[in-house]
Design a protein around this ligand. Structure first.
Ligand SMILES: Nc1nc2c(ncn2[C@@H]2O[C@H](COP(=O)(O)OP(=O)(O)OP(=O)(O)O)[C@@H](O)[C@H]2O)c(=O)[nH]1
Ligand SMILES: [Mg+2]
Length: 331
């Protein structure tokens, strides 16, 4: 690292001090996920996969009433809530009572930082229940809620590799068109879709889907939720490894989480390995959220070199973020 001039090192130190301050200011903020989709499509499994621990029980829950079900959790001392919406997309007796559900949603859900519309990739059409769910969400919140949305297609492994790309494209189009009825095509066509399979590490195209899910969810997350989300998850996120570079591992002191079942948690705690494209998206979002720019290659290199050790020294959720920046912004 001898080629780094003192001035860029000083600049990098200033950057880090500034970022630490911004992270500290956001430390107490929480983020909220709103999960929408029919029963059994894999909402719980997917949020558990993303957060790396058992947040919501996976099972054969049969909704008999429409309700709003928040799960409060914390990871690394960062609080977050996952709001499940049983019945919202299900054909149940009470379904006629949309008004009541709207009221329930409006009075109980004050903030949504990331919304997921979850549907199975191996289904061919948008069901009437799903259409109703999309309508209700759009009416309960301003249509801007869709700007923080991601369409998640589960059960991707049930699709033949040869039909996968087309299935993903068609299903995305169908759901976007349904959403466009309430948002206009501009907002709807910007909603990304991600295919996942909670029973496999890869989708039929051979890609590891967890990093893509992470990238899209983070990129779409509200400005308020993004920093705490990063702090809670960064421990598992790995920037692409540069050739001939040894990426320093940062040691973390784990913070206890809400009594998740250890066996279940082990299943979910996988690393999130970003490729170059995903790392670029994560870099841009992070610079946006924390409002900084790493100008110039030498500052970038200095920032990268200093961030790793600085993060390790700080520890905890904030140190985790700073350490992660070493690999993300370095070089
Ligand atoms: N093959 C496969 N099975 C899945 C996938 N996602 C979930 N499952 C299974 O489908 C069942 C339902 O999954 P959940 O995650 O509980 O689905 P949910 O949408 O949260 O369901 P409710 O909370 O009951 O509405 C479980 O048996 C899961 O193991 C997937 O991507 N592929
Ligand atoms: Mg569930």
């Amino acid at each position: 690292m001898s080629s780094i001039g003192t001035s860029s090192q000083e600049t990098a130190k200033d950057f880090i001090a500034d970022i630490i301050e911004k992270l500290q200011a956001q430390r107490g903020n929480k983020f909220i996920f709103l999960l929408v989709g029919r029963t059994g499509v894999g909402k719980s499994s997917t949020i558990n996969s993303l957060m790396g621990t058992e947040i919501a029980k996976v099972g054969d829950y049969e909704p008999t009433t429409m309700e709003i079900k928040p799960y409060n959790s914390d990871i690394k001392g960062v609080n977050f809530t996952v709001i499940d919406t049983p019945g919202l997309c299900d054909d149940i007796e009470e379904a006629g009572n949309d008004y009541k559900y709207l009221e329930l949603m409006r009075s109980n859900v004050s903030q949504v930082d990331s919304m997921w519309f979850v549907s199975r990739l191996d289904e061919t059409r948008v069901t009437s229940d799903e259409k109703r769910g999309i309508k209700l969400i759009s009416e309960a919140f301003k249509s801007t809620i869709w700007q923080n949305a991601v369409i998640v297609f589960t059960f991707a492994g049930n699709i033949d590799a040869s039909k996968y790309e087309l299935a993903l494209k068609k299903r995305t189009e169908l759901i976007r068109n349904e959403i466009a009825k309430y948002t206009g095509i501009g907002i709807a066509n910007n909603i990304p879709s991600v295919a996942v399979d909670n029973k496999s590490e890869t989708t039929p195209d051979g890609e590891k889907w967890l990093a893509e899910l992470y990238t899209q969810v983070y990129a779409r997350m509200s400005a308020k939720g993004a920093a705490p989300f990063l702090m809670a998850t960064v421990e598992r996120v790995k920037p692409p490894k540069k050739e001939k570079e040894v990426v320093k591992e940062v040691i973390y002191v784990p913070t206890p989480v809400r009594n998740p079942d250890p066996e279940e948690t082990a299943k979910y705690s996988r690393p999130i390995e970003l490729n170059d494209r995903q790392a670029e998206i994560v870099r841009n979002k992070t610079s946006d959220v924390l409002q900084f720019t790493v100008a110039g290659a030498s500052v970038g290199a200095a920032f990268g070199a200093i961030a790793g050790p600085a993060g390790a020294a700080i520890g905890g959720a904030i140190g985790g973020v700073i350490g992660f920046f070493g690999g993300l912004f370095g070089k």
